[in-house]
Design a protein around this ligand. Structure first.
Ligand SMILES: Nc1nc2c(ncn2[C@@H]2O[C@H](COP(=O)(O)OP(=O)(O)OP(=O)(O)O)[C@@H](O)[C@H]2O)c(=O)[nH]1
Ligand SMILES: [Mg+2]
Length: 464
């Protein structure tokens, strides 16, 4: 349900800054601010200066005997419906210190507004029809984007590229549905309104387009969350040294003591625009040390969620049971094996490794001498791009919720195709078409339940 009461929040980031902004939105936004705003030039009124900055002061009149100036500010009134929320909005540009913002916000709240919930401005923009749900989600993705590419993808989603594609498919499904309905309601017509063959053709086309979007998810997810790359291996093989080498800084502690890293260390980096989430783990071995044991368990878990596993071996030691066990854990994953410590005498050759590993690339490295790191980076980049995981698709999806809805829509297409091929009665097929329409509508928010909406917007940040 939509409530049009007046909400307010500090919309700029916390901390000291030149300027901090409070946004007031809703029916009484103007009235609320007018109660506490005193223009510097007498007689000036915010409502006559739509979209202009007006200089003045925020004043506290709660104590009738004594008027207190809280801050010198610039106020701007933006009239509905041409605003972010499509409601009346007033923004107060305060000095960006914590106290002036907090005191001004308190006054706003005392004078007719309530504190905005997380994502409530964007939720109103959605409920008022200015943007659809996928665009609202893109707003949040833009704010949290960590790389240029993921920012670009979210920007395209906000522009409505995804929504446009979805509504195109839904439009065509509606047209089919209309023809099916006529055929069901007037079966006596000589010329059937629509043939099975026509419906099969259009459903196949929809399925193809939906499948393409589902496939784009892998790439979309990587551009949003980063390629989760986990470095694993026995203790002391040089995992932390590799992390430091890739990051070009001493992030992780490196010693010659086996079992140095005891917990997961995670860092972000970008490789020619590809975001990577690089994870260094505790060396895997059987141990009685409780802390180390937990670390080892975590290392194993992190392999499960990895998009790419970098498995490290030490060339100065023979391949042993522990190495082989680790290879076994990781062999179903996308894998790059690094045989490290090439500067030392060899007790391990590539053939021996190959006996235990059918697929996966092998790199020879000496990470403390910076050897092999460029090769590794090139290989990761090649791997990502080689899978068609590039960010060129206009309606690439990066959101699990969207992917799930698309998968259900695809399933409904398949059901429809099966029933159509069997030439089942059209009123049965009608349901499948209705489902396709509904599931696609969940992405744009046309057919999304209120609880789900609440959950989605609750993940937004305050003031957005
Ligand atoms: N000679 C040589 N030593 C290396 C190389 N890479 C790492 N080392 C040394 O190997 C030892 C262990 O390195 P770490 O990076 O701490 O190894 P790790 O795999 O993270 O070890 P744990 O955290 O205990 O699992 C350190 O003394 C490193 O300096 C290399 O390429 N050549
Ligand atoms: Mg380590």
């Amino acid at each position: 349900m939509y409530i049009d009461d007046t909400i307010a929040a500090i919309v700029t980031a916390p901390g000291e800054a030149g300027v901090g902004i409070i946004r007031v939105s809703g029916r009484d936004a103007l009235e609320c601010v007018n109660r506490i705003f005193e223009p510097a030039r007498p007689g000036v009124r915010l409502e006559e200066k739509v979209r202009y900055m007006t200089l003045g002061h925020i004043v506290d009149r709660s104590d009738a005997s004594q008027k207190k100036t809280v801050d010198e500010v610039l106020c701007v009134y933006m009239k509905a419906p041409y605003t972010y929320t499509r409601e009346d909005v007033v923004e107060i540009n305060c000095h960006g210190g914590y106290l002036s913002l907090r005191k001004t916000l308190e006054l706003v709240l005392k004078n007719g507004a309530r504190l905005a919930q997380r994502g409530e401005y964007t939720k109103r923009a959605f409920l008022n029809g200015r943007i659809d749900l996928s665009q609202a989600e893109a707003v949040m993705d833009i704010i949290t984007a960590k790389t240029g590419k993921s920012h670009e993808l979210s920007q395209r989603q906000l522009e409505g590229k995804l929504s446009g594609k979805l509504s195109e498919i839904r439009h065509s499904v509606t047209a089919d549905l209309a023809r099916i309905t006529v055929a069901v309601d007037f079966p006596e017509e000589d010329e059937p309104e629509v043939t099975y063959a026509e419906l099969i053709e259009s459903t196949q086309k929809h399925l193809q387009e939906i499948d393409r979007m589902i496939q784009s998810f892998e790439a979309g997810k990587i551009y949003r969350d980063g390629l989760r790359t986990v470095i694993i291996g026995k203790p002391n093989v040089g995992k932390s040294s590799l992390l430091n080498g890739i990051l070009k800084e001493n992030r992780a502690i490196v010693t010659d003591i086996a079992g140095t890293t005891r917990d997961i260390i995670e860092e972000y980096l970008t490789l020619d625009g590809i975001p990577i989430r690089l994870v260094d783990t505790a060396g895997i071995r059987s141990t009685d040390d409780v802390v180390e044991k937990i670390g080892v368990e975590r290392s194993k878990e992190s392999i499960e969620n990895a998009d790419l596993v970098i498995l490290m071996l030490d060339r100065s030691r023979e391949l042993d049971r522990e190495d082989i066990d680790i290879i076994d854990i990781a062999k179903d994953k996308k894998l790059i094996v690094i045989i490290n410590k090439q500067d030392l005498e060899s007790r391990l050759d590539e053939e021996t490794v190959r006996q235990h590993l059918e697929t996966g690339s092998i790199i020879h490295a000496s990470v403390i001498n910076n050897q092999g790191i460029d090769e590794l980076k090139a290989m990761i980049k090649h791997m990502v791009e080689g899978q068609g995981l590039t960010a060129d698709n206009d309606y690439m999806i990066n959101n699990v919720r969207h992917k799930n809805a698309l998968e259900r829509a695809a399933k409904a297409c398949e059901d429809a195709l099966e029933s159509l091929s069997a030439e089942l009665p059209l009123d049965i097929i009608e349901t499948d078409f209705k489902n396709i329409w509904d599931y696609l509508g969940e992405i744009t928010g046309d057919t999304t339940s209120e609880t789900l909406l609440d959950t989605i917007f609750a993940n937004f940040c305050i003031g957005k």
